[in-house]
Design a protein around this ligand. Structure first.
Ligand SMILES: [Zn+2]
Length: 128
């Protein structure tokens, strides 16, 4: 056995690693990338960043809309309960506040759900 660092070939689609170059059995359209090449690691890190941005944008938008709807529903309930005696700006604030809180909740959800595919490999860049 040589002391040389073991070669790592990474599938750019699923992040699985292999010891031999070639193709990922699950993604035959993708050629495995050399996981010891810094340029490749930077590329994989960019892929993770783009995927993270998409997940955050998606959940922030979904939860923003849900927050608006929830704020409107609470406002409607309050309006019905009070018989419309409360000042109108309360409903506006419920609506806007629901959207803001929803957008914030979306980033929390995204942080919980997002798993970077290539973290296992790109972690090496931080150790250099
Ligand atoms: Zn794959």
């Amino acid at each position: 056995m040589s002391a040389e660092r073991e070669a790592v070939y990474v599938c750019p689609e699923c992040g699985r690693d292999f010891t031999e170059p070639g193709k990922c059995p699950d993604h035959p359209a993708e050629v495995l990338m050399d996981g010891t090449d810094r340029e490749v690691l930077f590329y994989l890190m960019r892929c993770d960043d783009q995927a993270r941005n998409k997940v955050y944008a998606f959940w922030a938008l979904v939860c923003f809309v849900a927050g608006l709807a929830l704020g409107a529903a609470v406002g409607y309930g309050l309006y019905a309960w009070s018989g419309g005696r409360l000042p109108g700006r309360i409903y506006t604030w419920l609506f806007v506040g629901g959207g803001i809180l929803g957008g914030f909740a979306g980033t929390v959800v995204a942080r919980k759900l997002f798993r970077p595919r290539f973290r296992k490999h790109t972690r090496r860049l931080e150790q250099i």
